[in-house]
Design a protein. Structure first.
Lengths: 364, 529
């Protein structure tokens, strides 16, 4: 008989819904992590003001840097939203990196495919975006299918599928039969041709001095839609039921297998979309190292958000701006950008640790 | 079944001198927010004595245990252990004071052998399993607990696993041993040996506190009984076997037939009115030559054939482990038969998924309420509508207001008591949880067949009566019912006919009449006339 249950693990607890858990703790964690970062900068003998001004300039010193930071945040947010959706069904999608890669490969192929660039009504850039999303989605769905059919753990399959995707991308930019640009000399780089201008995602402002793309409003719409779907839709409810207790969900008539595959498809599709946006809105050509860790950083954003879409947005913005600041700090003040990784790590550890203690306290 | 004999074997309680209480609670209360789980409890637990806590679901028995074991802290009153103030901050603290508890749900590592489970966290440095095993065996044998220290826990029966938990407690030489509904999970034959163990532990000088709602067990172990109702101690008895009637009256506000307390929940039901004979009835469900071989190759079901007519209640009797669970699991769509077929409401469902089974008009009350029938973390309303949210959707979005209204209607109709339709399902008492599951399954659209597997397990008398009332109402509306239960008296009172399972086969069938009781009992032990 269960009069009063123990605190069940894995549920967003009451403590997290109060102001302290939601706002104060993350803010304190971020500030503290930055202070540690400053100490590290001083220890390296770099003048503090130079490092800080380089960081600030790179993150939000100009319209250009703000735009670049926002573009980075978009990728992180999309992967993070996907992570949260899969997590609702009790799934841990660690395959963001590979899903981005697949999105990038297929978006490149579509952008360069004959006839696409001439399509009207913006279809020239929309079709590659959709294609990239589907490619990432299929990559995620494979892991879902393996889980449903063979019981394979999705943490392992999504991770291993990532490696496959990353090497597929590498192969596709190494082989002229695939996406590599025609070899005119031995100095031709192993990367794809630049995609035609009509397949690039248009800039919000239309000017390259603030190159934030239409990916930003698209991501905001996706975030709102995801929040509504998770909290109010039948699909979101079914995912939650599957995540808590798949046996009971199945018995009650919820299609558990389809739910698992769909959740991972959606997570993968958002990763693929991130990849397509990175290609069509920022890099314009595909090269090895294309996904540059956005998949894993997006995963961290999703983990930190603890199942909240708002949390994903906050985390993505923070990490996106930090990434820009870090790059600039490395260039302007010769502080290794790895320092940003350290600060990110500290934030993760302190927020996760604080959440743990809050949960324990509320369990009492 | 075996409870009937248990009542007769009342041992004469040992000579009692008024002992010094080991643990005394005075004025203890516990509130969870607005909800008062316990108020003003005065109880004394004495060394050398077995003390039963009796009460319906939700009476506060488990909460009381949790306070003594330090899982929760009382919000008022105090506890004194050997005269000194006792306020355990957590279970570890309680254990340091010599208080040990056997929970309903075990905390064992199935992959490890028994001995490792017993030694986890207790040993540092070199581990001499053999020497430790000998020590533990001596202790276990002292209390009549048979143990095989090198068996893997996962291979053991529930009763054997419970013994490990008890030995784990006894290894700390506790002064007070708490058992939270220890018999709820046991087979009838295991119950007796558990009760013997409890007696021996008490005789060794320990205080034993046991939560139960089975009256027959009290006579065997209890020197004292405290009855809880609605979070208050409503009766004490120091001579329970003579005060049984008083205790029953205290436990439930209504009273059953004098002298027959065992199956009060079903004896309160009116006799079943059979519909006037209308010639052969159409069948609600048909099982045709069904067999099931499990993954290790054991034949769990062997050519079972059974037909249930509309409006008929067929009981499945049998000692547990004779194929009833496997049959239930197949009819629920959670596993598939190895050979044979089954049909319900005119559809073949042999390879159907749970979703298709529900859609065909089959309601299922699974054996495991927590793992299969409900999702504790979701709200009551969500559990009432589990799998049917589509019905409340507009453009894929759930109309929460309509869903809540519908949930409230169901709560009223099936008397599911909860503060609110949004209460977390896991906070409801077992009886209310089961009524909610019933509410969902009995309102399956086009319901033609209902599978009810142990629908009253762990429930109090009032809830048992409610559950069977609803099941009968369904049968009165032409639903065929397959009722699997290990309580023969319940089957006799509720079913129309009873089939007996033995080693995966139906070895006999009898009308559900009290005169057939002995006959069915001998069929259950495998004796065919």
């Amino acid at each position: 008989m269960t009069d009063i249950p123990y605190q069940l693990p894995g549920i967003p607890s009451a403590a997290y819904s109060d102001i302290l858990g939601r706002i104060a703790i993350p803010v304190i964690a971020v500030v503290a992590a930055f202070l540690v970062g400053l100490v590290a900068v001083m220890a390296m003998g770099v003048p503090l003001d130079r490092a800080v001004s380089a960081f600030i300039n790179g993150a939000f010193g100009s319209a250009y840097s703000i735009s670049a930071s926002l573009n980075r945040s978009i990728s992180l947010a999309l992967v993070g939203i996907g992570f949260v959706i899969a997590a609702r069904a009790g799934l841990t999608n660690v395959g963001g990196e590979g899903q981005i890669a697949m999105g990038g490969v297929f978006a490149t192929a579509l952008c360069l495919a004959p006839g696409i660039a001439e399509l009207p009504f913006g279809l020239s850039f929309i079709i590659p975006l959709v294609g990239g999303a589907i490619a990432g989605g299929v990559w995620g769905a494979i892991a879902g299918f393996l889980k449903v059919r063979a019981g394979a753990n999705e943490v392992i399959t999504t991770l291993l599928l990532s490696f496959i995707a990353i090497w597929l991308l590498y192969w596709s930019v190494q082989s002229e039969n695939l996406l590599r640009q025609p070899m005119t000399s031995s100095a031709t780089l192993p990367e794809s041709l630049s995609i035609p201008a009509s397949t690039q995602v248009p800039l919000l402002t239309g000017s390259y001095t603030s190159p934030v793309t239409w990916g930003l409003p698209l991501t905001i719409v996706i975030a709102i839609a995801a929040a509504i779907i998770l909290s109010r839709s039948v699909f979101g409810f079914n995912l939650k039921a599957i995540g808590f207790n798949p046996v009971a969900a199945a018995r009650a008539g919820i299609a558990v297998g389809a739910g698992v595959v769909t959740a991972l498809f959606v997570a993968g599709a958002l990763g693929g979309l991130a990849g397509a946006l990175m290609l069509q809105g920022e890099q314009y050509s595909l090269k090895a190292g294309f996904s540059s860790n956005y998949g894993f950083d997006g995963l961290v954003v999703g983990l930190l958000a603890r199942n909240s879409i708002t949390g994903v947005i906050a985390g993505a913005v923070l990490f996106g701006f930090m990434r820009s600041g870090g790059i600039s700090m490395e260039m302007m003040a010769s502080v290794p950008s790895a320092l940003v990784g350290i600060i990110q790590g500290l934030i993760v550890v302190s927020i996760a640790g604080a959440a743990y203690f809050l949960d324990r306290r509320s369990a009492r | 079944m075996s409870q009937g004999t248990a009542v007769q074997d009342v041992p004469t309680p040992a000579e009692k001198t008024e002992p010094q209480p080991l643990l005394a609670l005075s004025g203890v209360g516990k509130r969870f927010g607005e909800f008062s789980a316990l108020s003003d409890i005065d109880i004394a637990f004495n060394a050398h004595e077995g003390h039963c806590l009796l009460g319906e679901n939700g009476a506060g028995k488990s909460t009381l245990c949790n306070l003594v074991f330090g899982i929760h802290q009382p919000t008022s009153g105090d506890m004194r252990l050997d005269g000194a103030l006792y306020a355990p901050a957590n279970p570890r603290d309680a254990m340091r004071h010599g208080v040990a508890m056997v929970h309903q749900h075990f905390s064992l590592i199935n992959e490890l052998p028994v001995i490792d489970n017993l030694l986890i966290g207790k040993k540092f440095g070199r581990l001499n399993r053999k020497a430790e095993a000998e020590k533990i065996m001596t202790l276990a044998t002292e209390f009549g607990l048979g143990l095989a220290p090198f068996e893997i826990v996962g291979d053991l029966s529930v009763g054997q696993r419970q013994r490990i938990e008890i030995v784990k407690c006894l290894m700390q030489r506790p002064r007070l041993l708490i058992l939270d509904e220890p018999t709820a999970v046991l087979l009838p034959e295991e119950i007796n040996s558990l009760l013997d163990v409890c007696r021996r532990v008490a005789e060794s000088g320990c205080a034993v506190a046991m939560v139960t709602h089975k009256l027959a067990e009290i006579a065997r172990v209890a020197d004292r009984v405290t009855v809880l109702r609605g979070g208050r101690a409503v009766a004490h008895s120091a001579d329970p076997s003579n005060d049984m009637d008083v205790l029953v009256r205290a436990m439930i506000s209504r009273e059953g037939e004098a002298g027959d307390n065992r199956n009060f929940g079903v004896s309160a039901l009116p006799p079943r009115k059979l519909a006037p004979h209308r010639g052969p009835l159409p069948e609600a469900m048909q099982i045709d030559n069904l067999s099931f071989v499990d993954e290790i190759g054991v034949k769990r079901l062997d050519s079972v054939t059974l037909t249930i007519a509309e409006g008929e209640i067929v009981g499945v009797a049998g000692v547990e482990g004779n194929g009833q669970s496997e049959l239930g699991s197949i009819l629920a769509g959670l596993s598939h038969a190895t050979s044979g077929r089954w049909f319900a409401a005119g559809h073949e469902l042999t390879t159907a998924k749970p979703r298709q089974i529900t859609a065909a008009g089959v309601g299922v009350i699974p054996e495991d309420r927590h793992l299969v029938a409900s999702i504790g973390q979701l709200s009551l309303a969500d559990n009432l509508q589990l799998g049917r949210m589509q019905g409340f959707a507009r453009y894929g979005l759930i109309d929460r207001k309509r869903q809540r209204e519908e949930a409230r209607t169901l709560m009223q109709r099936f008397d599911v008591r909860a503060p609110d339709s949004q209460s977390a399902f896991s906070t409801l008492s077992g009886g209310n949880q089961q009524k909610a599951v019933l509410a969902r399954e009995l309102t399956t659209s086009n319901l033609r067949f209902l599978l009810a597997a142990h629908p009253t397990r762990g429930l109090d008398i009032g809830a048992i009566e409610a559950v069977y009332t609803y099941i009968r109402q369904a049968a009165d509306q032409e639903t065929g019912v397959l009722l699997i239960s290990s309580e023969l008296d319940e089957l006799l009172a509720v079913a129309d006919r009873i089939v007996v399972f033995y080693r995966g086969r139906i070895i006999g069938e009898r009308a559900a009449k009290i005169d057939n009781r002995d006959d069915i009992g001998s069929l259950m032990s495998g004796k065919t006339p």
